[in-house]
Design a protein around this ligand. Structure first.
Ligand SMILES: [Zn+2]
Length: 484
C-alpha cells in the first residue's frame, strides 16, 4: 500500500521534472558548434540534449549486442550460458518427470517400468543420490538383486545416502539368510543412526540369535533411552538376555559372573521360570539354600512348573521321601488347586508309597484335564494299589493319545521347544516362548489311534479284560516325569 503510494509519487515527480527540464532547455540561449571534416553543425540546446540521450541509447544497445555475441561464442565453446541453461532446465524437467513416473510405477508394483524410468532419470538428472534410490528399489521389485546390490553399494559413497545403502544391503543379506554379514551391517547401521527403531530391532534380534548377550543388552538399553521401548518390557527383555548370558556362561563353567547374571535375571523378572531355576542353583552352589528356596517359592506362586520343583528337590538331594514330602509343603501349599501342584503332590506321595494319598492328590484331574502325564501317574498309582494289569494298560492307552500338557510353546509360530530358549529356533522371535498347552494336532500313527485298544487293551472305564495281543505295558513309576 505504502509502496504503491511511493511509486505513484515518484512517477508524478519524474513527469514534473521532465516537463520543467524541457521548458528550461528550450528557453536556454546559445548552443554548440561542431566542426567535423569541414562541415559545421550548429546545435540548439534541445538538439544537444536529444543527441546526448540518443548517444546513451546507442551505447546501451552496443553493450547488449556485444554481451549476446560473447554468450553465443561461449556457448559454442561449451561454457554455461543462458542458452545452455535453457537446455539444462529442459533436461532437468524431463528428468524429474521420469523420476515421478518411476516412483508412480514403483508404487503400483510395475518393477520393469520403474526400472526403465529410473534409468532415464539417471541419464537426464545426474543426481545419483536421488536416482540410485529409485534404481535400487526398482531392481529389487523386478527381481534383479545383483543390480540392486550394486546400486546400494554406490549409495554408500555419499554421506547423505550411506544409511539407505547400508539398510538396503542389510535387508538383502537378511533375505538371503546370511546372518553373519547382516549382523555386521546392522551394527554399522546402528552406528550411523542409533535412534532408528527398525535398525535397533534387527540388531537386537541378530545379536540374540548369535548369542551376543552383552551386545544385545547394550542395544536394548539404547532402545530404552531413545524411548522406543516401555520400561516394564525393557526389564523383562533385559532379564531374558541376562538369563541367556548366564546360560551361556553356565554351559562352560559355573563362575561367579554366571551366578550373578542368573540372580540379576531373576531379580528383573521373578516370574521368568528358567531364571528362577538358574538363580536357585546359583544360590545352592554358593551355599545359600534358604535364598534358593525363597526364589523358587516366589516363582511357584506366579506359575507352578516342574522345573521349579526339580530345582527345589536339588536343594536337599539326599533326603528320604517322607522328609522331602514335608519340605515340599513350602511349595505345595502355595497353589493347591493348580494341576502342577496336584501332580507334584501325587508324585511325592508315590515316592513314599502312600498310594491312596497320591490318588487323593490327583483327584479328578484325569477327568477334568487329562494329559499324558497325569494319566501315566494314574496308571502308576493303580499299579501301586495292586490293580489288574488291564486297568493299568487302560490308563496307559489313554495317556498315549492324550494331550502332552503345557510345554514351552512359541506364541508366534506355535513351535514346541524342549527347553526354554530366548530366541525361537523356527521364527527367530525374541522372548516369544510361554508355558502353555500347544494347540492339539491329530496323531499320525500308522494304523491310526483306533487300533490302540486292540493292541494294548480297551481303555479304562470300564476296564475290560479282553486282550488280543499280550503287550508289555510295564510302566514302572520310575518312567514318569518327576521331580527327581
Ligand atoms: Zn517361533
Amino acid at each position: 500500500m505504502l509502496w504503491s503510494l511511493v511509486k505513484i509519487l515518484a512517477f508524478v515527480a519524474a513527469v514534473m521534472a521532465l516537463t520543467f527540464g524541457t521548458a528550461w532547455v528550450m528557453e536556454l540561449s546559445g548552443g554548440a558548434e561542431i566542426t567535423v571534416a569541414g562541415i559545421e553543425l550548429t546545435l540548439s540546446p534541445l538538439q544537444l540534449t536529444i543527441g546526448f540521450l540518443l548517444l546513451l541509447l546507442g551505447v546501451w544497445v552496443m553493450i547488449y549486442v556485444v554481451g549476446l555475441l560473447i554468450a553465443v561464442l561461449r556457448f559454442i565453446n561449451g561454457d554455461e550460458t543462458a542458452i545452455s541453461r535453457y537446455f539444462t532446465r529442459n533436461r532437468e524437467r524431463r528428468g524429474i518427470d521420469a523420476l515421478g513416473e518411476g516412483m508412480m510405477a514403483l508404487a503400483s508394483g510395475e518393477g520393469a517400468v520403474a526400472m526403465a524410468r529410473a534409468q532415464r532419470a539417471e541419464r537426464l538428472l545426474d543426481r545419483p543420490e536421488l536416482t540410485n534410490l529409485l534404481v535400487a528399489q526398482a531392481a529389487e521389485m523386478a527381481g534383479d538383486s545383483k543390480k540392486a546390490e550394486a546400486t546400494y553399494k554406490a549409495l554408500l559413497t555419499d554421506e547423505r545416502t550411506r544409511f539407505v545403502g547400508v539398510r538396503g544391503l542389510l535387508r538383502q543379506r537378511l533375505d538371503a539368510g546370511d546372518t553373519e554379514t547382516a549382523l555386521k551391517l546392522a551394527e554399522k547401521a546402528f552406528q550411523l543412526k542409533p535412534k532408528h527403531a527398525e535398525t535397533q530391532d534387527i540388531l537386537l534380534r541378530l545379536q540374540a540369535e548369535s548369542s551376543d548377550w552383552a551386545g544385545a543388552r547394550a542395544t536394548l538399553a539404547a532402545k530404552l533411552k531413545t524411548g522406543t521401548l516401555p520400561r516394564d518390557v525393557y526389564k523383562r527383555r533385559d532379564a531374558v538376555l541376562a538369563l541367556g548370558e548366564a546360560k551361556g556362561i553356565l554351559d562352560e563353567t559355573s563362575t561367579i559372573e554366571a551366578r550373578e547374571e542368573a540372580i540379576e535375571a531373576n531379580r528383573l523378572s521373578p516370574d521368568l521360570i528358567p531364571a528362577a531355576v538358574l538363580a536357585a542353583r546359583s544360590y545352592v552352589t554358593a551355599g545359600n539354600p534358604r535364598y534358593a528356596a525363597r526364589v523358587l517359592r516366589k516363582a511357584w506362586d506366579v506359575l507352578p512348573h516342574p522345573d521349579l520343583a526339580a530345582a527345589f528337590a536339588e536343594i536337599e538331594p539326599n533326603e528320604d521321601p517322607q522328609a522331602r514330602l514335608k519340605r515340599f509343603e513350602a511349595l505345595t501349599k502355595l497353589r493347591p488347586e493348580h494341576a502342577e501342584t496336584r501332580m507334584l503332590l501325587a508324585e511325592l506321595n508315590m515316592a513314599c508309597e502312600w498310594f491312596p494319598a497320591a490318588a487323593r492328590a490327583l483327584g479328578d484331574l484325569t477327568e477334568v484335564e487329562p494329559t499324558a502325564r497325569n494319566l501315566t501317574l494314574r496308571a502308576a498309582i493303580e499299579r501301586g494299589q495292586g490293580a489288574d494289569d488291564a486297568v493299568v494298560r487302560g490308563w496307559l492307552t489313554r495317556a498315549l493319545t492324550a494331550s502332552r500338557g503345557p510345554q514351552w510353546v512359541c506364541d508366534k509360530c506355535n513351535t514346541v521347544h524342549q527347553h526354554w530358549i530366548p530366541v525361537c529356533t523356527t521364527c527367530h522371535g525374541f522372548d516369544t516362548l510361554s508355558w502353555r498347552t500347544p494347540p492339539r494336532t491329530e496323531f499320525a500313527m500308522p494304523g491310526g489311534a483306533d487300533m490302540l485298544p486292540l493292541i494294548v487293551g480297551t481303555p479304562a472305564k470300564p476296564p475290560a479284560p479282553v486282550v488280543l495281543v499280550k503287550a508289555t505295558a510295564d510302566a514302572t513309576p520310575a518312567d514318569k516325569p518327576g521331580p527327581n
